[in-house]
Design a protein around this ligand. Structure first.
Ligand code: SF4
Length: 210
């Protein structure tokens, strides 16, 4: 089966298996999503949600965060790992949002990637989830699942992103991102993939398809 057709079939099967997939981070607006995604680096969405639940009750705007000291915010976000670095990144990002963007989150990848704590994947998540743009962010789950399925060579996340965008129709990029994450969390887990329970097993390179 040609790769484009195989990708399409894989996505169809995953859509049947996982209905109503959505971003696991909890947020009420794009600004909160940005903060949550910065906090999620090397942490779990579950842990981030615990932290942001109380954090966003106290601090709601870039101005609220920009007024904090690095130490104060670090103590508020302790528990999500790298809290000192993330505190600096969040406060400096909020200062830039206020100074350059009128307190708004920019909708442009280049501008997003200039913010402290925002790399390619984070910017992609903001664009796809926050602004509903056709983007296919590649995190560790998307990277691993695509590589195992044999629809990406797995050299690095950027290469995987390029390969997936070539074989998946643009209108499915965001869905593919969410579906592969869900599949990576539930079935195609890092340590022991549950291949016998996998809906795309017959289409997977790992299971012998070449
Ligand atoms: S068959 Fe196994 S390796 Fe392939 S996608 Fe499914 S769980 Fe992952």
């Amino acid at each position: 089966m040609v790769i484009k057709k195989r990708c399409q079939k894989i996505i169809e099967l995953l859509q049947t298996a996982y209905t109503n997939v959505k971003c696991a981070l909890e947020f009420k607006n794009t600004f909160e999503l940005l903060i949550a995604v910065i906090l999620s680096a090397q942490s779990t969405d579950k842990q981030v949600n615990i932290i942001t639940k109380r954090l966003f009750k106290k601090y709601k705007t870039p101005e609220d965060f920009a007024k904090l000291t690095y130490e104060k915010l670090a103590s508020e976000i302790k528990g999500c790992g790298l809290h000192n670095n993330k505190s600096k990144a969040i406060i400096n990002t909020c200062r830039i949002l206020i100074e350059k963007f009128g307190g708004n989150v920019p909708r442009d990848r280049k501008l997003l990637e200039e913010l402290p704590g925002v790399g390619r994947k984070t910017a992609g998540v903001i664009l796809a989830i926050g602004f509903n743009k056709p983007v296919l962010p590649v995190d560790t789950h998307v990277h691993r699942v695509s590589k195992r399925l044999g629809i990406a060579s797995g050299k690095n996340p950027l290469k995987t992103e390029e390969e997936l965008m070539r074989c998946i129709p643009k209108e499915l990029w965001k869905d593919a991102h969410l579906l592969f994450i869900q599949h990576g969390r539930e079935i195609c887990t890092a340590r022991s993939p549950k291949c016998s329970a996998c809906v795309v097993e017959s289409l997977c390179a790992k299971s012998g398809l070449s």
